[in-house]
Design a protein around this ligand. Structure first.
Ligand SMILES: CC(C)(COP(=O)(O)OP(=O)(O)OC[C@H]1O[C@@H](n2cnc3c(N)ncnc32)[C@H](O)[C@@H]1OP(=O)(O)O)[C@@H](O)C(=O)NCCC(=O)NCCS
Length: 199
């Protein structure tokens, strides 16, 4: 899913030349997906001529694991930023970051490595988005919000200014976060309440 989304944005941006996909599903190897070849399994990355990679996997833990493994083996990553995204001054992006169509990243925000910012989400001024996080479509993070490592912000969720969300949390779609969320929590609703701490 994310791979298709990535492909669409890279093609529209036309700034990256695409070599193809790597996928661990053996039945896909040698096939074409969305017009591009599946060149091998992920472990084959060194045999594929390329300059840099992006991990196009939606699950944050899986994306984090593969990013770590490939980084340790010396892989380089690049960013895919849709041409309709708006990045304010002094925005810092890590590496392996995907920025979807219509995303707005405001002044002074910092986005960690291997983060996905889905279409039309807003990252407020001086917000900090942790490594491996995913901000879902149309989510709105106000100024100085902190999102921890590996956290998923669901589609259309809102977070009030300065609010801290811990590591590996899940904020449900449509939630309104008005108070800090501890590491590992699932929070849903308006205002967001912690639903289950054992995920
Ligand atoms: C919060 C979430 C993780 C819960 O997933 P889940 O554990 O599979 O939950 P279930 O679907 O089994 O629902 C459990 C209960 O929570 C409720 N619920 C689920 N998601 C909810 C949400 N976002 N807000 C409010 N309530 C929610 C369900 O109605 C259900 O209530 P019930 O027990 O009274 O019937 C998920 O629904 C969600 O919102 N994920 C965000 C996905 C997203 O936006 N991704 C963006 C990238 S594409």
């Amino acid at each position: 899913m994310v791979a298709g989304y990535l492909l669409e944005m890279i093609r529209q941006g036309q700034t990256l030349e695409l070599a193809g996909f790597l996928d661990d599903n053996p039945t896909l190897i040698g096939q074409h997906l969305l017009g591009l070849p599946v060149l091998g399994a992920i472990r084959d990355w060194k045999t594929v001529q390329h300059d840099a990679a992006i991990v196009g996997i939606g699950n944050n833990r899986t994306r984090a694991r593969i990013f770590h493994e490939l980084t340790c083996q010396g892989e380089r990553f690049t960013n895919a930023v849709h041409p309709t995204a708006i990045l304010g001054p002094e925005v810092r992006l890590g590496t392996g970051v995907v920025v979807g169509a219509g995303v707005v990243i405001s002044f002074g925000a910092h986005v960690g490595d291997n983060v996905i910012l889905s279409a039309n989400c807003v990252v407020g001024h001086h917000a900090q988005i942790g490594t491996h996080a995913h901000v879902g479509p149309c989510a709105a993070l106000a100024g100085r919000v902190v999102v921890g490592e590996g956290t998923l912000i669901g589609a259309g969720a809102s977070v009030i200014p300065g609010c801290h969300i811990g590591d590996w949390c899940c904020i449900g779609a449509g939630a309104a976060v008005v108070s800090p969320i501890p590491d590992g929590a699932v929070a849903v609703g308006v205002p967001a309440r912690i639903r289950d701490n054992n995920r």
